[in-house]
Write a protein that binds this ligand. Structure first.
Ligand SMILES: [Ca+2]
Ligand SMILES: [Ca+2]
Length: 194
């Protein structure tokens, strides 16, 4: 099975490898999985429900609404399905990407009204999800809660009335990978790809 099965041109494939650090072998493996999981409805590409099923194990403590929103962010051309490139990119961001890249996407995810700021309701949602996931992953409840509150503290905002902007969020949450991990954007174990 060659890379041709990914339906990517050689340039696109090399571009993807460069961007994601997946090896060519891993990309080939991912393309097999992509075809298997995304063709359940006999149509190529991850539909929203296939995406949700595929990632259910990882994001079981997220609500459906949030997972749908994640799908939308990864569907970069907005056609309602994830093509192979969009799928690999989403997997990369969820697992292997640098913390800052993950946080940037997570900010967009929780900034539901795309105002450029996390307002109080959006922050409450973020705290709720992070605490639910973090404790489900075995982290200590008060430790998780205190950590998320410290990230979203008003002290980290230049304008408390407006909320927290992306730079402020990234700055507050990027001192370690703790936040990304607790919200389930952790890297997979060993050789596993997801
Ligand atoms: Ca798409
Ligand atoms: Ca907002």
């Amino acid at each position: 099975m060659g890379a041709g099965n990914t339906k990517l041109s050689k340039e696109e494939l090399n571009d993807l490898i460069k961007k994601t650090n997946y090896t060519k072998d891993q990309i080939v493996q991912l393309s097999k999985d992509y075809y298997e999981f995304s063709s359940k409805d006999k149509k190529l590409g991850f539909s929203e429900s296939e995406f949700m099923e595929f990632f259910f194990c990882r994001f079981r403590d997220w609500d459906k609404d949030l997972l749908k929103q994640l799908f939308k962010l990864f569907d970069s051309d907005g056609n309602g399905v994830l093509d192979f490139k969009e799928f690999v990119t989403s997997l990369y961001i969820i697992t292997k990407a640098p913390v800052v890249e993950k946080l940037s996407l997570l900010f967009d995810l929780f900034d539901r009204d795309q105002s450029g700021h996390l307002e109080i309701e959006e922050i409450e949602k973020l705290i709720g999800v992070a605490v639910a996931c973090g404790t489900a992953l075995g982290m200590d409840y008060s430790g998780v809660t205190n950590y998320v509150f410290s990230i979203c503290s008003a002290e980290n905002m230049s304008n408390k009335n407006k909320g927290m902007n992306k730079n402020e969020f990234i700055k507050a949450a990027s001192n370690s990978d703790k936040f990304c991990k607790m919200i389930c954007f952790y890297d997979s174990i060993g050789q596993m790809l997801y």
